[in-house]
Write a protein that binds this ligand. Structure first.
Ligand code: SAM
Length: 367
């Protein structure tokens, strides 16, 4: 294995890393929304990020990239902290996943609740198994079907505001901000000195069945044009230029966009994004609530990290970044990686994330 998992506060651990050592950081920070009541998801995005961004600025090489997952509600504060310590914002990728659930409350129901009145039940929302024939029948004093009840408004205000919801839409994307530490001199100067600064576009091209042609002048000897001169068409072999939206879900890609992961069918995709990360080969569950797809992290690493570069994740959770690096190393990369994870609840008890991460890495070497 070409990497290390470090347990502890990322701020303290980063202080042990030398200046200008790391080529890239890909991290899924807390979103500071107290997700599932998690202690590590509390706090203020700007105050949490500022000292960490400062340390990242010190350890990242000039021209190196930092990619941070964010939430539309808190992302801007995290971005300000990176900008304030000197990073430049290069772009923002939208990772589309489409499987989120809307969390809105029904305003009509809120009015009825406030008035303390019952709402009449007129049916039940069908379950994934479909509507049962008895779903609307009362058996004794109980509804036979335990689905979500469909009710009608009772009070005048509830009738008036029926269909209105509290703020927000169905979550279907997560932004990933791309920061860059400023270059020293030109791209050429910087890359020659530090070995990083560019984006590996060709390694991240989006495969497509469309015939892509890029008109260009090719120099070759030609009877008509003479020595070293000639017109030609160059075909791009590796696919489309990567966009600043990405998805693993084939069903989202209309015919004009190619699926970036065409080796997977729809069914395999849902297995890859849900089962592969969530269940280990020995049946152990990955209990981390915000696991990211390995394939997505691999694609991000490839985009901004030299093949033999040093890459870090300072909020590693169940070590998806480490797993992605080791999978890439099996595919011909020689990445060195470091994962930092606090792995603690508010009482200092282990959450088991690092143990899960270690197991995920071990299973890679046993397959
Ligand atoms: C959003 S999760 C990352 C999940 C990860 N992408 C995965 O696939 O498993 C963020 C992680 O950051 C960790 N964390 C929060 N504050 C930290 C700190 N100060 N130092 C190290 N890790 C921290 C949390 O324990 C949590 O596991």
């Amino acid at each position: 294995m070409n990497g290390k998992i470090n347990k502890g506060d990322n701020l303290k651990i980063m202080k042990k890393i030398q200046d200008n050592y790391v080529d890239s950081c890909i991290s899924d920070f807390p979103y500071w929304l107290e997700f599932m009541g998690k202690y590590w998801d509390k706090g203020s995005p700007y105050e949490w990020t500022l000292p960490r961004a400062k340390e990242l600025y010190r350890i990242i090489k000039p021209g190196g990239y930092v990619l941070i997952f964010g939430h539309p509600k808190t992302n801007h504060r995290m971005k300000c902290a990176f900008e304030d310590v000197g990073f430049q914002i290069v772009d923002e990728i939208d990772w589309l996943y489409m499987t989120g659930f809307p969390k809105n409350q029904d305003i009509g129901k809120l009015f009825d609740k406030r008035a303390g009145v019952e709402r009449e039940i007129i049916g039940f929302v069908p379950t994934s198994k479909g509507i049962r024939p008895d779903s609307h029948n009362l058996i004794g004093d109980k509804w036979e079907h335990k689905g979500h009840p469909i009710t009608v408004p009772t009070t005048e205000l509830a009738k008036q505001w029926d269909g209105w919801k509290t703020a927000g839409l169905k979550p279907a994307k997560e932004p990933i901000t791309i920061f860059q530490k400023p270059l020293e001199g030109t791209y050429c100067d910087n890359i020659e000195k530090y070995g990083c600064g560019g984006m590996n576009i060709d390694a991240c091209r989006i495969p497509t069945d469309d015939k892509l042609v890029r008109p260009s002048i090719q120099r070759f000897d030609n009877e008509v044009y003479g020595k070293g001169l000639g017109a030609g068409i160059q075909v791009e072999p590796e696919g489309r230029f990567p966009m600043n939206i990405i998805t693993l879900d084939e069903s989202i890609w209309f015919s004009k966009y190619a699926n970036p992961f065409p080796q997977w069918t729809d069914q395999e995709l849902s297995k890859k994004t849900q089962t592969k990360e969530k269940t280990l080969t020995d049946g152990t569950k990955n209990t981390h609530p915000t696991v990211k797809p390995v394939e997505l992290i691999k694609w991000l690493i490839k985009l901004v990290t030299p093949k033999d570069g040093v890459t870090i994740d300072i909020a590693a959770g169940s070590c998806t970044h480490g797993v992605a690096c080791e999978e890439l190393n099996k595919e011909g990369y020689s990445l060195k990686w470091c994962n930092i994870e606090m792995d603690e609840d508010e009482k200092g008890n282990s959450l088991g994330y690092i143990d899960i991460g270690k197991k995920r890495l071990m299973q890679l070497f046993n397959t």
